[in-house]
Design a binder for this molecule. Structure first.
Ligand code: SF4
Ligand code: SF4
Length: 653
């Protein structure tokens, strides 16, 4: 073996050792123990995820120009991987005669030119138009220069490159060209493993993975499973549980997905742009993704990177998740962060605790409402109490339906629609908050396990243990809490899940489809605020179908419903006066974009938040109210009342 060949081997070996060391210590070591948390539930997702990677649909969707540029660089990366093997091999044979690759050569030639053009385009964009918005200017500059040099050295070794007269002895000849290319090939992986460009590899992996795995459910942390034992359980057990769900070791205590997302992040800032709480300083990229990048970040420095006050302004709208081109879920990491901070006593901040979770714990509902007011409301409106022998549907009111003046008309409208459809239903005699404010407010870590068990027992008893009975809500947050949180709790108590928890949006749509209620179209135009939860629960189509059936022309604002646009109430936002002021911004946006002052929604939280933020001439309503106003029997009754002559009323009086 010649000295030159030994040098090739040594440089290659140094590159491989450097790459694997950096990759392991900085990126994989702390994630590796969490690999068992990956739960593959949809193997077919491999194909949909791969299609998304191959066509780069999400990358291109939001930013077509830059998306196509990145697409070309990505494909250049893939295509030249193979070519690189033959390039190295040529070093052992003859620098001046690259190994031909048949039909692939002209394809690679084309790619080389396109990638070079894209690199120049991206460099111009980065250092001129976007220079104030993008980060990692030096690292990105080096990466672009390296890719560009790889392409140039490739072109120079091609016959047409030589024909151009830009290669040859004048610029060092094929040897120099080969070595420049080879040095970059060997050092490039280490740079990628060290910096943000690891996303070139991990981004595609993450996209495919997210199509296949079970994502963390809508609960704050593993801590929702906090094992409290019973009255005989020693105090140390509880302390150990708090450590398990806390973050005594800083970042490395977090779950697989929270730790893996930073490696996939391309730091594009799309999530920051979409975040409705940006006015309060929330940046999902920084607070919920990059804060978890360094495995050595401890609890104290994590609290500085993601201060609890800022974390508390996240409304869990998931706009960030929706726009992320590499499948990251900043909102899930934010939820986990809240939960673990709670276990450490760092969360919630005082305003949220006093305004929200303490009130719920003390009174059982988010308004600290008097239970007798709820009873009066139910009785005055002739709503029956649930009896499992008579009623098919348990109608859950939630805190809002029982106590909020905005939501009570929605309860009445829904109740009257159920009666018109001949549905036998009833409501609970006593009802406490189903947990939304407590969970997302992060307020009662220690009480939550008992609290949810109590709710499960109450519900189970009311249903006479028939957990398949339909539970209807006017609030998608209650739906999720009963359908997911309490169902999981029921299973852990060796009871059945609550199998049929439905929102009024889907329930009313089904009543219409089945012909159980009939409505007359009444033309009206209004702004539509699709609740985030309606979007998360895939009920947008039902919502829009109800609007269409009612004859309502709905105008949307921004990218909603494709990207959730929050009212500010989610994530515990309706519990306190959050500094994010999301509701005001959303109202202004709705009014300015649609030119309408009447807004329809389908969640009492949105109804309330927008109702508080609305302009003087503005008004809000719920989809159930619109349907009820158009109920044929209502219209017939109104017509018959209108046809009664005034004098006859007087006569009969
Ligand atoms: S999390 Fe996603 S959207 Fe946000 S900066 Fe990273 S890649 Fe972009
Ligand atoms: S879930 Fe919504 S509020 Fe929270 S970080 Fe993401 S975009 Fe911002």
């Amino acid at each position: 073996m010649s000295l030159e060949q030994i040098a090739i081997l040594l440089v290659g070996l140094a590159g491989a050792v450097s790459f694997s060391t950096i990759l392991w210590t900085r990126r994989i070591k702390h994630v590796w123990p969490k690999r068992k948390q990956i739960k593959i539930v949809n193997p077919k997702g491999f194909f949909t995820g791969s299609a998304e990677v191959i066509f780069q649909t999400r990358v291109i969707a939001n930013r077509p120009f830059v998306g196509v540029m990145h697409l070309l660089v990505f494909y250049g990366f893939v295509t030249f991987g193979l070519k690189s093997v033959t390039h190295v091999y040529a070093g052992f044979l003859d620098y001046a005669h690259p190994i031909p690759m048949g039909f692939l050569d002209p394809i690679l030639d084309g790619f080389a030119v396109l990638v070079l053009a894209s690199v120049i385009g991206l460099a111009i964009r980065r250092y001129t138009i976007m220079r104030h918005q993008l980060t990692h200017m030096l690292e990105s500059g080096i990466v672009l220069a390296m890719i560009g040099t790889l392409m140039i050295t490739y072109i120079l070794e091609r016959p047409w490159g030589l024909d151009l007269g830009i290669s040859g002895p004048g610029v060092g000849g094929p040897e120099v060209n080969w070595w420049v290319h080879y040095f970059i090939l060997c050092s490039f992986p280490s740079l990628i493993a060290y910096g943000k460009h690891l996303h070139l590899v991990m981004g595609p992996v993450n996209v495919v993975l997210k199509h296949m795995v079970e994502l963390p459910s809508d609960r704050p942390i593993d801590g929702a499973d906090l094992d409290m034992g019973d009255e005989n359980t020693p105090e140390e057990h509880f302390e150990a549980e708090l450590i398990r769900v806390g973050m005594p070791n800083g970042v490395s205590d977090f779950s697989f997905h929270t730790l893996f997302d930073p490696a996939a992040c391309i730091e594009c800032g799309r999530c920051n742009d979409a975040c409705p709480s940006a006015d309060a300083g929330l940046k999902p990229r920084e607070h919920f993704v990059l804060a978890f990048r360094d495995p050595n970040t401890n609890t104290e420095s994590l609290s500085e990177l993601a201060p609890p006050e800022t974390v508390s302004t996240c409304t869990q709208c998931r706009a960030c998740d929706t726009v992320c081109p590499v499948g990251n879920r900043p909102s899930r990491a934010g939820l986990e962060l809240r939960g673990r901070m709670t276990a450490e006593g760092l969360y919630p901040p005082r305003g949220l605790k006093e305004g929200g979770s303490d009130r719920v714990t003390a009174s059982g509902n988010i308004f600290a409402g008097d239970p007798s007011d709820r009873a009066t409301f139910i009785e005055e409106n002739n709503i029956a109490y649930f009896n499992h022998e008579e009623h098919n549907v348990l109608f859950v009111l939630g805190c809002q339906g029982a106590h909020s003046p905005e939501a009570q008309p929605v309860v009445i409208a829904t109740a009257r629609l159920l009666e018109a459809a001949g549905i036998q239903y009833g409501v609970l005699k006593d009802e406490s908050c189903w947990g939304e404010g407590l969970l997302h407010g992060g307020g009662i870590m220690e009480d939550w396990p008992f609290y949810k068990m109590e709710r499960v027992m109450e519900l189970s008893e009311a249903l006479a243990e028939d957990h398949d009975r339909t539970i209807l809500t006017i609030c998608p947050h209650c739906k999720d809490n009963i359908g997911v949180q309490l169902s999981e709790a029921a299973e852990s108590m060796e009871l059945k899940k609550f199998a049929s928890v439905v929102s009024h949006v889907s329930f009313l749509k089904n009543l219409l489809d089945d012909g159980k209620i009939q409505i007359e179209k009444k033309a009206e135009t209004m702004a539509v605020h699709h609740p985030c939860k309606t979007i998360h629960n895939d009920e947008t189509a039902d919502f829009d179908a109800l609007l269409a059936a009612a004859g309502v022309t709905g105008k949307t604002a921004g990218k909603s419903p494709a990207v959730p646009s929050c009212c500010g109430g989610g994530g515990g936002g309706f519990l306190w006066d959050s500094p994010a002021k999301v509701s005001q911004n959303r109202w202004k946006d709705l009014e300015a974009t649609t030119g309408e002052s009447k807004v329809v929604t389908g969640c009492p939280g949105c109804h309330r938040m927008l109702g508080v933020a609305k302009s003087e001439e503005g008004s809000t309503t719920d989809i159930a109210n619109l349907v009820y106003e158009r109920l044929k029997s209502n219209i017939a009754q109104a017509k018959s009342e209108a046809s009664v002559p005034e004098s006859s009323e007087e006569t009969s009086a």
